[in-house]
Design a protein around this ligand. Sequence first.
Ligand SMILES: Cc1cc2nc3c(=O)[nH]c(=O)nc-3n(C[C@H](O)[C@H](O)[C@H](O)COP(=O)(O)OP(=O)(O)OC[C@H]3O[C@@H](n4cnc5c(N)ncnc54)[C@H](O)[C@@H]3O)c2cc1C
Ligand SMILES: NC(=O)c1ccc[n+]([C@@H]2O[C@H](COP(=O)([O-])OP(=O)(O)OC[C@H]3O[C@@H](n4cnc5c(N)ncnc54)[C@H](O)[C@@H]3O)[C@@H](O)[C@H]2O)c1
Length: 525
Amino acid sequence: MASTSEWTPGDVEQAKEAREKLDIWPLDEYNCKLLNEVHPRNYVSNANKKEGSFVYDLIAIGSGAGGLVSSKQSARRGAKSAMITERLAGGDCLNVGCVPSKALIRSARAVAQVRRAAEFGVIVSGEVTVDFEAVMARLRRLRATIAPADGHPGTEQAGTHVYQGRGRLTGPNTVEVNGKTLKFEKCVLAMGGRPSIPSSIDGLQDAPFTTNENLFNLQVLPPRMIILGSGVVALEMAQSFALLGSKVTIVNRSSRLFESKLGDDEAANLIQNQLEKDGVTFLSSSTAQKVETINPGDGNKKLPLMKVTVGDKVLECECLLVAAGRAANVENCGLEEANVDYELGKGVKVNDYAQSVSNPSVYAVGDCCAGVPRLTHMSGEMAKLVVQNSLANDEWKLSSLVVPAVAYTEPEYATVGIASEEQAKKQGVACDVYKTSLEHNDRAILESSNIGFVKILVKKDTDDILGATIVAERAGEMINEVSLAMKNNLGLYAIGRNIHPYPTTGEAVMGCGVQYINKHLPRLD
Ligand SMILES: Cc1cc2nc3c(=O)[nH]c(=O)nc-3n(C[C@H](O)[C@H](O)[C@H](O)COP(=O)(O)OP(=O)(O)OC[C@H]3O[C@@H](n4cnc5c(N)ncnc54)[C@H](O)[C@@H]3O)c2cc1C
Ligand SMILES: NC(=O)c1ccc[n+]([C@@H]2O[C@H](COP(=O)([O-])OP(=O)(O)OC[C@H]3O[C@@H](n4cnc5c(N)ncnc54)[C@H](O)[C@@H]3O)[C@@H](O)[C@H]2O)c1
């Protein structure tokens, strides 16, 4: 058993420690439950007694999806495995990413549903108000409920030794943690990333801006929020905060959504229109030049006040959310000592087996890795691939992965593979496009949610699927059929012949296949 001491709700000293060292507050029962799982106080595992000639088969540095999956899977397969965790196990996803953001999105959706209740014949009398404290308490409660899946007790039970401290490579096959050297056959770098803060905006660095790392600690709903960036974090949070009652402005340096990633322009219009209906203001082709701090706030219930200059406008806000992409965590990890090549900001350089291009004993997965989609399921899948390649001497390839991505706006925006004609053009691939609108999808009509479409791209004059874009209420569930078909080389014909239950929104996916089949049916005349 590991030795540790409990985080206790309301303990003033501990609250200070949790906030200063781990960026987690308030220290209520839910955050204590979270921390007791993912960063127990004064944690010393029995593993720390291993000394001398002991050599681990695999050590993961980092404890997000990438580090957890690689170390637990290798232990379950009989390997001697360790995980080094500096701050919060579960990484961004559990603590400051997927999990809290989706909890917030659900509360926001409840607001939207209640506001539309009369459309469904349900009368809600009186004013609809949001109890922001209750919204955030729900978020903390559910995050704590999910935490044991990533907590140290479960990881140790799987057979992995957990070292709580910062890991730093000291040579090609050694890593140091808490002053102790561990030896490994293989190491998996899984240090993740952090928000990238633009350096060109006057006054930003000294302003009390917010990122995903502290957004979910908010205790008071900011009346006005300005968001720098228009990627997934920006869109999901803009819609949520607007529905919860903030006046939200997105500053987008591009002329339309998804432009830099060459996303589908029709999808971009639909999502922007819906967010505007929900109250979000877009300043497109715009950049922020200056941030002036009028009042720094107290970091608790007293919000700060800032003035942000965007072109000829000066806007005030109580929350300035910087959502301008991510930088890989590659600094001060000893990558130089271990001869691991990396690019600042972008991440560790790996080959198609997720192996360092310069040190064959080292692999890298997830957000600390250069050139891969920064998504939890990507980190997890890369980790599985690395365990197979490093411990079972296999040759699973990153280039064989089919990776869907979803923005959990309402409607959702899901993509996989080559998702737009513009992307196909850029890659020099000739394509045909099959599109079904949700306008005539019976289930979507009955749900009063028939805004959206399914677009599937195939190689020209074939049914080989290149990719897809789906905009729909549950696009994230619908995209999986397309990914499965792509991964298993099932063409669009197979999707068209796959019977879908009536009435489902998924019939729109089949609809693209049916169009393909109808186009190629032999004529009877
Ligand atoms: C607001 C937001 C919402 C998101 N929503 C989604 C979503 O809905 N779906 C999705 O798929 N993705 C989502 N993502 C992206 C997802 O969170 C990341 O892609 C994922 O967490 C990356 O996992 P990882 O293991 O690579 O790194 P991380 O989760 O960043 O984990 C790295 C861990 O390693 C630790 N570490 C770093 N350096 C060291 C060291 N030297 N020694 C020891 N430990 C170290 C860090 O403290 C951290 O805990 C979201 C991201 C954000 C910001
Ligand atoms: N649902 C999900 O799967 C989900 C949700 C949130 C985040 N994530 C992942 O987390 C990562 C981070 O999300 P994100 O939204 O921060 O990044 P992003 O890459 O999706 O978007 C970054 C945005 O910031 C803008 N930008 C970049 N530099 C800028 C600058 N100097 N000034 C102003 N704007 C600038 C870009 O134009 C873009 O609009 C992404 O890789 C994303 O895949 C995934």
